[in-house]
Design a protein around this ligand. Structure first.
Ligand code: PMV
Length: 344
């Protein structure tokens, strides 16, 4: 039984930014529509697990350290994750674990660490399992990692493998599943292979609404069915655009998705406005810049006030000076983070 004691595993997982958004779920964190995201290159979580002899009668025996400091307040979220996945990884109840985790991006930057954090944790757990039992294929472990990460945070299942990842069963994407993320199965046009994501930090504070509350608001939402249909249609269109390389259509779809996500929050009960005045200033400035210079760039938003500015690497220097000279003034302490997306 004690074959894991003394083992150490370490895993890294990136953050991702959705192009078609997941907003609404049912049963065990299954999505009410399919979504797709770019995997980021530098915003990452690294997690290390040390396995020790269990020394308590509690179901789960573990401690969490974030950037070297013991964090009891991180425990409830991890405990509820372990509870959900224990049926798939029963050994979790047999040991004591020290979990050490850190992010490459600043804490409280308003960048959600749940996708990268839970993906890194799921990777560690599957690595442990794989170290004791090599009987399954590499593909099995890959999908199991995404499957477990999904139970922690839906979008985390798009952060365990791949560069452009689809989660949710969809008629245009063969083998897509509600249970885990898969790599976008078609050849992506050269124009989308090297993209940048500059994250403009408009509000670095805690989120006004947690995403789990947000997803729940979709249960009674008057526009829910229409929204799920729209997202699936947007994914059908985006699937062609990613192959044909049309920037105009790409930004139009991605911006529609961002604004629809926020429209859902503005029209739920209770309602929320998660954009800040500077979010709108940035959006207008982006549109003006795009109209006057014809530079291919556009934005997307998560469930918060920060703006993700997406553009191909070919226009990086123009866009970086636009950020520095104009958009940065709308950011909290003029802060932003440059990240990239590489599709092999
Ligand atoms: O994975 P969750 O439950 O934190 O939900 C994430 C939802 C959005 O980030 C708003 C959209 C998405 O698809 O990532």
């Amino acid at each position: 039984k004690h074959h894991f004691v003394g083992k150490k595993v370490i895993s890294t997982a990136p953050s991702n930014i959705a192009l078609v958004k997941y907003w609404g779920k049912y049963d065990q964190q299954l999505p009410t529509n399919a979504s797709i995201s770019f995997t980021l290159n530098t915003c990452k979580t690294t997690t290390e697990i040390h396995v020790e002899e269990k020394n308590t009668t509690e179901d789960f025996n573990f401690q969490v350290y974030f950037e070297g400091k013991l964090k009891p307040d991180f425990k409830p979220k991890i405990e509820s994750f372990l509870k959900k996945i224990e049926v798939y990884s029963p050994f979790l109840k047999d040991y004591k674990f020290s979990i050490h985790t850190k992010n490459t991006f600043p804490h409280s930057s308003g960048i959600a660490s749940s996708a990268s954090g839970l993906a890194a944790l799921a990777k560690c757990i599957v690595d442990l399992e794989q170290s004791a039992n090599q009987s399954q294929s590499a593909d099995y472990y890959k999908l199991k990692t995404s499957f477990l990460a999904r139970l922690g945070s839906g979008s985390a299942c798009r952060s365990t493998h791949g560069n452009l990842v689809v989660w949710g069963q969809h008629s245009s994407i063969p083998e897509s599943s509600n249970l885990y993320g898969i790599e976008f199965p078609f050849e992506v046009h050269e124009k989308f292979k090297n993209f940048c994501d500059s994250i403009l930090l408009v509000d670095k504070g805690q989120k006004q609404v947690s995403s789990s509350v947000g997803h729940q608001l979709m249960y009674q939402h008057p526009f829910a069915e229409q929204r799920f249909k729209q997202a699936n249609e947007n994914l059908t269109q985006l699937t062609s655009v990613l192959q044909n390389g049309n920037y105009k259509d790409f930004f139009s779809l991605v911006e529609t998705e961002a604004l629809s996500l926020h429209a859902m929050m503005m029209t739920s009960k209770p309602y929320f406005i998660l954009m800040r005045p500077n979010t709108l200033q940035i959006i207008e400035a982006i549109w003006d810049f795009r109209n006057s210079t014809q530079t291919p760039l556009g934005f997307t938003l998560d469930a918060g006030a920060n703006v993700h500015l997406l553009y191909p690497k070919s226009v990086e220097s123009e866009v970086k000076s636009f950020i520095k000279n104009s958009l940065a003034s709308y950011c909290q302490n003029k802060e932003y983070i440059h990240d990239q997306v590489t599709i092999d």
